[in-house]
Design a protein around this ligand. Sequence first.
Ligand code: ZN
Length: 152
Amino acid sequence: MSDLGELYQQVILDHNRNPRNFKRIESANRKAEGNNPLCGDRIQLYVLLEGDTITDIGFQMPQGSGCAISKASASLMTDAVKGKTAADAETMVQLFRDMLSGGTNAPGKLAVFSGVRAFPSRIKCANLAWHALHAALQNSAEPVTTESARDF
Ligand code: ZN
């Protein structure tokens, strides 16, 4: 494995062990649920949108329901979009999806997930939190699932 691959793996392991923004937000005004039945990943996403800015964001995964990739991706996602506008966050959702489908790498630490492209069955794990973010920003009441989503 290359040094870069090892670095990427370390970032993912770190965020899995010690996820950022791993919390329920009582005052959240946007919420979404995500489900990846293929792997068993489940996420609850909480967003506090004030004006057009994501002032707080947190997620939870029921005990044992998030694999390392899905949890690390949710952790890095929340870090990346906190303080951003909803429009900027949607742009990042698109960049992340493009990266996983073979496009250029997403900016900053998000690039660590470019390695997931080599494991097609894990792409849905990496995308889950981002799909939930999109649903929350669209204020969609429907739980999202990686199995029915057309754009997965
Ligand atoms: Zn998974």
